[in-house]
Ligand binder design. Structure first.
Ligand SMILES: Cc1cc2nc3c(=O)[nH]c(=O)nc-3n(C[C@H](O)[C@H](O)[C@H](O)COP(=O)(O)OP(=O)(O)OC[C@H]3O[C@@H](n4cnc5c(N)ncnc54)[C@H](O)[C@@H]3O)c2cc1C
Length: 401
């Protein structure tokens, strides 16, 4: 009988927990290390796409374990020319979008990994990695060492593991997007219950969002593409101005109060260019720059890459090359399609025209929303190997139903 494989996962966000749950399901011994002590917040919009929901269901992560879980049945979009579009998700065939604060999602995923048999070490960070032909030895901040056959680096945008094993870059990578978010309480306008996305002409291809998280609270934020017409340094002033814009302030209503502090974080989106593996180290999630370059959504991509890495470790002799191959097959065409579409959305006329087409009839409204929320891969039309008979007809996730 061959010895049990061991994997060390650095980072216990969606990517790390998805890797751990999947590896455990394949009988691999798993230890996760995270520098944070949970519950820990992560600067995020808290929105879950259809693809993220389906993957969570596959991993058996249940909404009932997340008290603030909120199901979304429609989206309110505003075009740069002021056109407002209400777009419904299909009814009665499962869930296509949900919102849940990351403090709750990440704990629910961690707990699922523990229930599957993963060991979790919190409050320690990785400080060193030694690799040999047979395995890896990681050093932690208390000086202890852990050995494993493979290391899955799920340690986010700044990935200290990447810096350790690939070397510091002279000009640090700052992500493709930069986004601000804050929770608002006592929201009295329609944003209290409805999901809003505003395509503001000055922010394109960036956008402003308000996602309801229950009890009158919303996750409010906006993101911009780095290197575009807005400098990251100007984002604070724009933040203040957003609340004065009539359509935004009327959606929020009067009397809301900001909670905690406003936070900002970069969003990495270049999975087609980044090194996905280095020896026995496999990078996943934000550490693999896996977010969607058009929307900045990355939870679904983090879960997917975590699962692919764990499957590669469990099932293949050369896990690194098989992981890189599966990422290319699952994500790279979609990434390129999103980059292309992002260029169209970068122009006011392009976004206005696109949203006018979207608003043609109930079929276009419903199906555009499904596609935008990753019900199907972005580039499915261009990748015949992924075609199936139920294009845009599949049920959503049945979590919580
Ligand atoms: C403002 C904003 C809004 C967003 N909104 C959305 C959204 O609505 N929907 C969506 O799908 N995506 C959204 N994203 C993207 C999403 O947040 C990320 O893609 C996602 O969190 C990536 O998950 P991850 O597991 O790869 O990394 P993370 O969630 O960042 O987890 C990394 C983990 O690694 C740990 N870690 C870091 N360094 C070390 C170390 N040295 N040792 C040990 N552990 C370490 C951290 O403590 C952390 O727990 C948003 C991003 C931003 C910035």
């Amino acid at each position: 009988m061959s010895p049990t494989k061991k994997v060390l996962v650095i980072g216990c966000g969606p990517a790390g927990s998805a890797a751990a749950i999947t590896a455990r399901k394949h009988g691999v011994e798993v230890t996760i290390v995270d520098k944070a002590v949970f519950p820990r917040d992560k600067c995020c919009g808290d929105g879950l796409t259809t693809s993220a929901l389906r993957l969570l269901q596959q991993l058996d992560v249940r909404p009932s374990s997340m008290p603030s879980w909120r199901e979304i049945d429609s989206a309110q979009l505003r075009a740069p020319d002021g056109r407002n579009i209400t777009m419904p998700f299909p009814e009665g065939i499962g869930l296509f979008a949900a919102v849940v604060p990351r403090t709750e999602l990440d704990i629910a995923m961690r707990d699922r990994a523990i229930a599957e048999g993963a060991k979790v070490i919190e409050g320690l960070s990785i400080t060193g990695v030694d690799q040999s032909e047979d395995g890896v030895v990681a050093t932690l901040s208390d000086g202890s060492q852990l050995n494993a056959d493979y290391l899955i680096a799920a340690d986010g945008m700044w990935s200290p593991t990447r810096k350790i094993v690939c070397g510091e870059s002279a000009s640090p990578y700052l992500g493709e997007w930069h986004a601000f978010r804050q929770y608002l309480d006592a929201v009295s306008g329609p944003a209290r219950d409805q999901l809003f996305v505003w395509f503001e002409p000055d922010l394109l291809p960036g956008y402003v969002w308000s996602f309801p998280v229950g009890d009158g609270k919303v996750n409010f934020g906006y993101g911009i593409l780095r290197g575009g017409k807005i400098a990251v340094g100007d984002m604070g002033a724009i933040w203040t101005d957003l609340f004065q814009r009539p359509h935004i302030s009327s959606a929020l209503g009067s009397g809301y109060t900001p909670l905690d502090r406003r936070t900002a974080w970069p969003i990495p989106a270049m999975i087609d260019k980044v090194e996905l593996t280095k020896g026995r180290v496999l990078f996943v999630g934000d550490a693999a720059c896996a977010t969607d370059p058009m929307t900045g959504e990355g939870i679904g991509q983090a879960i997917l890459t975590g699962m692919l890495a764990a499957e590669a470790v469990a099932e293949h002799v050369d896990a690194a090359s098989s992981y890189a191959k599966s990422v290319r097959a699952e994500l790279v065409a979609d990434h390129k399609m999103s980059v292309f579409l992002g260029r169209i959305l970068g122009r006011v006329r392009g976004t206005n025209l696109a949203l006018r087409i979207v608003d043609l009839n109930s079929w276009t409204r419903r199906n555009f929303l499904r596609w935008m929320f990753e019900d199907e891969p972005r580039a499915i039309v261009l990748t015949p190997r992924r075609w199936h008979r139920n294009f845009l007809k599949r049920p959503g996730a049945h979590l919580g139903k």
